[in-house]
Design a protein around this ligand. Structure first.
Ligand SMILES: NC(=O)c1ccc[n+]([C@@H]2O[C@H](COP(=O)([O-])OP(=O)(O)OC[C@H]3O[C@@H](n4cnc5c(N)ncnc54)[C@H](OP(=O)(O)O)[C@@H]3O)[C@@H](O)[C@H]2O)c1
Length: 245
C-alpha cells in the first residue's frame, strides 16, 4: 500500500488576517493539512469561533497588525504554545479605492501601514528567526492588482507591487539559508474586502465577473508550501478563468 505523504503534518503556521476571507480559508486548508496554527486579526469573536471549528490545534491572537509589537507577539505565542514556528502567511490587508476628488486620504495612509509596513515588519521578524533555525517559509499575499493599472486603485496596486519587490529581495538575500520566501497574487476573490466599496456605492468587480473563492487561493497556498525543501514557488498568479488579465 502506498503511503500518503502529508508534508505539512506537525508544522506550525502563523496566519495574519485570519478572521475572514482568504486568511480564514488558508487556516482551514492548513489545519486540514496537519498544521498547528496561530491566527491573528482584530475581530476576536471570529477568531475564537474559527479556532473552535478547525480540525487541528489553533490559538488566536487578537491584535492590530499595525501595532509594532504584534509580529514579536505572534512569534512568541507560536513558541510558547507549540515550541516552534515554521510558516508565516502575511495575508492581512484592506482595500481603499476611489477617484481623486472623493478618495479617503487617511484611509490610503492607513492602507499603506497595513498592506506594506506591517508586511515588512512581520517578514523581517520571522525571517530572522527562520534564518537562525535554517528553515521556514514566508508567503506574502500580493494581488493581481500588482500587475495592473487602475486609476482608482493606484495606491493599492503600488503597495502590492512593493510587496512583490520586497519579497523578491528578501528571497534573494535568504538564498541557500533554508528559508523560502514567495508571493501569491490572487485575482478577484469573493470576500468582505469589497464591503467598504459596496457601502460607498462603488462598483465591485467581484459582483460583475465570476470571482475566485477564498478556498481556491487557500489550495494554491497549500501547493506552494507542500513543495520539497529545495523547490520554491517564488511567485504565483492565480486568476479566475473569466478574468481579463
Ligand atoms: N479579495 C480579493 O479580490 C483579493 C485579491 C487579491 C489580493 N487580496 C488580498 O488578500 C488578502 C486578504 O483579503 P480578503 O480578500 O480575504 O479580505 P477580508 O475578508 O476583508 O480579510 C482581510 C483580513 O485582514 C484583517 N485585517 C484588516 N485590517 C487589519 C488590521 N488593521 N489589523 C489586523 N488585521 C487586519 C481582517 O481582520 P479584522 O478586520 O478582524 O482585523 C481580515 O481577517 C489581502 O491582503 C488582500 O489585499 C484580495
Amino acid at each position: 500500500m502506498s503511503e500518503y505523504k502529508r508534508p505539512l503534518e506537525g508544522k506550525v503556521a502563523i496566519i495574519t488576517g485570519a478572521s475572514s476571507g482568504i486568511g480564514e480559508a488558508i487556516a482551514h486548508e492548513l489545519s486540514t493539512a496537519g498544521c498547528s496554527l496561530v491566527l491573528t486579526a482584530r475581530r476576536t469573536d471570529r477568531l475564537n469561533a474559527l479556532c473552535a471549528r478547525l480540525p487541528g490545534p489553533a490559538v488566536p491572537l487578537g491584535a492590530e497588525i499595525d501595532d509594532p509589537a504584534t509580529a514579536n507577539a505572534l512569534l512568541e505565542l507560536a513558541h510558547q504554545t507549540y515550541g516552534r514556528a515554521d510558516i508565516l502567511i502575511n495575508n492581512a490587508g484592506m482595500l481603499v479605492s476611489g477617484t481623486l476628488d472623493t478618495i479617503d486620504i487617511d484611509g490610503l495612509v492607513q492602507m499603506t501601514r497595513i498592506n506594506y509596513n506591517a508586511v515588512v515588519r512581520t517578514s523581517y521578524v520571522f525571517a530572522r528567526a527562520f534564518k537562525q533555525q535554517a528553515a521556514g517559509s514566508i508567503i506574502n499575499v500580493s494581488s493581481v492588482g500588482a500587475y495592473l493599472s487602475h486609476s482608482s486603485m493606484g495606491v493599492y496596486a503600488g503597495l502590492k507591487q512593493a510587496v512583490e519587490i520586497f519579497s523578491t529581495a528578501l528571497r534573494v538575500e535568504l538564498k541557500g539559508s533554508g528559508v523560502r520566501v514567495g508571493t501569491i497574487a490572487p485575482g478577484t476573490t469573493d470576500t468582505e474586502i469589497f464591503d467598504r466599496l459596496r457601502a460607498s456605492g462603488q462598483q465591485v468587480r467581484a459582483d460583475q465577473t465570476p470571482a475566485l473563492q477564498p478556498a481556491d487561493v487557500a489550495s494554491a497556498v497549500r501547493y506552494m508550501l507542500e513543495q520539497p525543501a529545495h523547490a520554491n514557488v517564488a511567485r504565483l498568479l492565480l486568476v479566475s478563468s473569466s478574468e481579463s488579465v
